[in-house]
Design a protein around this ligand. Structure first.
Ligand SMILES: Nc1ncnc2c1ncn2[C@@H]1O[C@H](COP(=O)(O)OP(=O)(O)O)[C@@H](O)[C@H]1O
Ligand SMILES: Cc1ncc(C[n+]2csc(CCOP(=O)(O)OP(=O)(O)O)c2C)c(N)n1
Ligand SMILES: [Mg+2]
Ligand SMILES: [Mg+2]
Ligand SMILES: [Mg+2]
Length: 322
């Protein structure tokens, strides 16, 4: 039997995802080969003949996807995409994936074939391949991917470099996957544009290195929610971030879906995760690259505000806190 915690204070639910990460990462001395350790979208590790970007994210059936919502191929694409987005968020390009795969014994081999086809399809978009992995029996489908990446000789763009006076800009979609989740959660299967955004994110991979070349001071991918993830840049960089809603585009499709569901589309844009847009800080508004939209500013202080005010309610997804 699993040992029982002495009190409720000691459960992971009480601690939350980020409290737990802090607990397991604090106070650990890293070897000299760790150029950048835990705390960012990816680590950077030195090898005698170079550096490698390394990151891992796991998808669990029922938590990250459902097989009655997504095809196995779409699950494979999503598993690769969420990991390669973290590589891009360092300013690097993905080079290779290692795929840990767990499934129940009755899983069809066709499902595995289709999932792997999706993985390869997404990996090939970045010129990456699957170079290894692991297979285990499990109660549910689990895909845990480690993605490696190449900085192309540039310095990694971390979460801790944002400076007071920088502008915040975004490349990629915001709120679409959250809209798709709301649609699927109510038992609908359309509009297919938002439902597919939930099934398969489309991270703007090349925008990562593009932002690095343009002098981005900090960057991450939006996996949990714009405000939640900007909170990591604010905390790591010891600055405040203010988002201006007049600069945030809320696509007409999201407005339409929200009005059909009685939801707030702005909430999806501000706190919806899983689109894996890239958000970065740039020192000079004139240096914000093509394809990026300015949405806010970096100020002295701490935390994330919207039009100068704290946001009421959860700012994004946190495991065990949902
Ligand atoms: N079990 C763990 N051990 C060490 N580091 C971890 C662990 N889980 C998460 N981290 C690190 O904590 C940071 C935040 O994780 P996470 O929020 O999942 O990042 P992301 O949203 O970019 O995938 C990352 O640097 C990640 O590598
Ligand atoms: C069945 C189902 N329920 C809920 C969600 C919503 N959801 C699951 S995980 C998540 C946030 C991102 O996942 P996480 O594991 O935190 O990725 P990371 O931040 O580590 O990249 C969201 C919005 C979903 N995608 N599918
Ligand atoms: Mg990330
Ligand atoms: Mg993660
Ligand atoms: Mg997360």
């Amino acid at each position: 039997m699993r040992p029982q915690p002495p009190s409720e204070d000691d459960t992971v639910a009480r601690m939350g995802e980020f409290g737990l990460i802090h607990r397991v990462t604090r106070g650990r001395a890293q070897p000299a080969s760790t150029l950048l350790g835990p705390g960012d979208d990816a680590a950077v590790v030195a090898a005698p003949d170079g550096r490698v970007v390394a990151t891992t994210d796991m998808l669990v059936e029922g938590v990250h996807f459902r097989l009655d919502w997504s095809s196995p191929e779409q699950v494979g694409r999503k598993a690769a995409a969420v990991n390669m987005a973290d590589v891009a968020a360092m300013g690097a390009m993905p080079t290779a994936l290692l795929v840990g795969f767990g499934c129940p014994p009755e899983t069809s081999t066709t499902l595995v074939d289709d999932l792997v086809a999706g993985l390869w399809q997404e990996a090939n978009q970045c010129g990456a391949g699957v170079v290894g992995g692991d297979m285990v029996t499990a109660d549910k489908l689990v895909i845990s991917i480690t993605a490696l990446g190449d900085l192309g000789g540039r310095e990694p763009v971390t979460r801790f470099g944002a400076q007071v006076g920088d502008v915040i800009a975004v490349c990629g979609r915001l709120g679409w996957a959250a809209a798709g989740l709301a649609v699927l959660g109510r038992g609908f299967r359309s509009p297919v544009s938002v439902v597919n955004a939930q099934r398969v994110p489309e991270p703007p991979y090349a925008a990562g290195p593009q932002a690095a070349r343009a002098g981005a001071t900090a960057m991450l991918d939006v996996s949990d929610g714009l405000l939640a993830d900007l909170g990591h840049i604010a905390d790591s960089s010891e600055v405040a971030v203010d988002i201006r809603t007049e600069l945030l585009e809320v696509h007409q499709r999201l407005i339409d879906v929200a009005s059909a569901l009685g939801a707030d589309p702005r909430h999806w844009v501000l706190t919806g995760g899983e689109d894996h847009a890239l958000v970065a800080a740039f020192p000079d508004p004139r240096e914000v690259p093509d394809g990026w939209r300015t949405i806010g500013t970096v100020r002295a202080g701490q935390g994330v505000t919207v039009d100068g005010l704290p946001y009421e309610g959860p700012s994004g997804w946190e495991h065990w806190r949902q």
